[in-house]
Write a protein that binds this ligand. Sequence first.
Ligand code: NAD
Length: 261
Amino acid sequence: MNRLKQKVCIVTGGALGIGRSAALLMAAEGAKVAVADIDLAGAEAVAATIRQAGGDAIALPLDALQEESIAAMVKATQAAYGRIDVLHNNVGFTDGRRDNTVLGMDWDYWDTVIQLNLKSTVFAARCVLPLMIENGGGSIINTASMAAVQGMTQPTMYATAKSGLMAFSRSVAVQYGAKGIRCNTIAPGMIMTTRAPNWPKPMLEVFRKHTPVPRFGLPEDIGHLVVYLASDESGYVTGQLFQVDGGVGIMNPTTADLLTL
Ligand SMILES: NC(=O)c1ccc[n+]([C@@H]2O[C@H](COP(=O)([O-])OP(=O)(O)OC[C@H]3O[C@@H](n4cnc5c(N)ncnc54)[C@H](O)[C@@H]3O)[C@@H](O)[C@H]2O)c1
């Protein structure tokens, strides 16, 4: 109940999916949560749910494509709660129709993908770090993807941006560890969020076949890890990559076929 008591946590992209789940779970552990999203009504709904359950939350507008909007989110959280202990950099997306193979991708889309998935995360960290250092510490949790860890047919830009986050997290961990800052990366696998209905059925079947845990992920599978990484329980954990994907990719490539013999 109180694993995050009094901790002030920002969740970007908190209106839906993984971010929403992380916001609700952190609030249930006593955190004060700033739910930031381009969908302000959705963020308000999450904050209201938290308050109705007796927790403390505010909703903030955020367009992660705009640096001034990221800076304003951090400033507003600091103004509302007087400190920031946790930044869950969750926002991220790509459009598979524009971001596919190296030669097939829409080059005009590159800057958007890099801004939304990589630059916005780095910029948000730059905004909170001085405040966390002043407070004596904090936890930054970045969101990569299995696409950053394993080669895939697509999306190329998204994979490139997300893999940059792993190096960035280690840089933060090394450079600011002595100031009490920890920084880790979560790489989700196939998580059933708003984007799931767009996934073609044959593709889902291929993933199911190659995943030892026989189901797709739920937002809570990531949310519980966010709570742990936000809490003091993970005080000796930094610079790490956590793959939360039911084990897809750990199996010997022959396994799926052998299981059907
Ligand atoms: N769902 C998956 O299977 C999966 C897999 C790997 C990685 N991820 C990563 O996890 C994170 C969350 O994914 P999800 O599936 O929960 O997403 P989602 O699409 O369900 O929700 C994303 C949230 O971000 C908000 N958002 C979109 N653009 C924004 C912007 N410019 N500024 C501010 N907010 C914006 C949306 O309004 C929404 O509330 C992303 O970084 C994603 O890349 C997800």
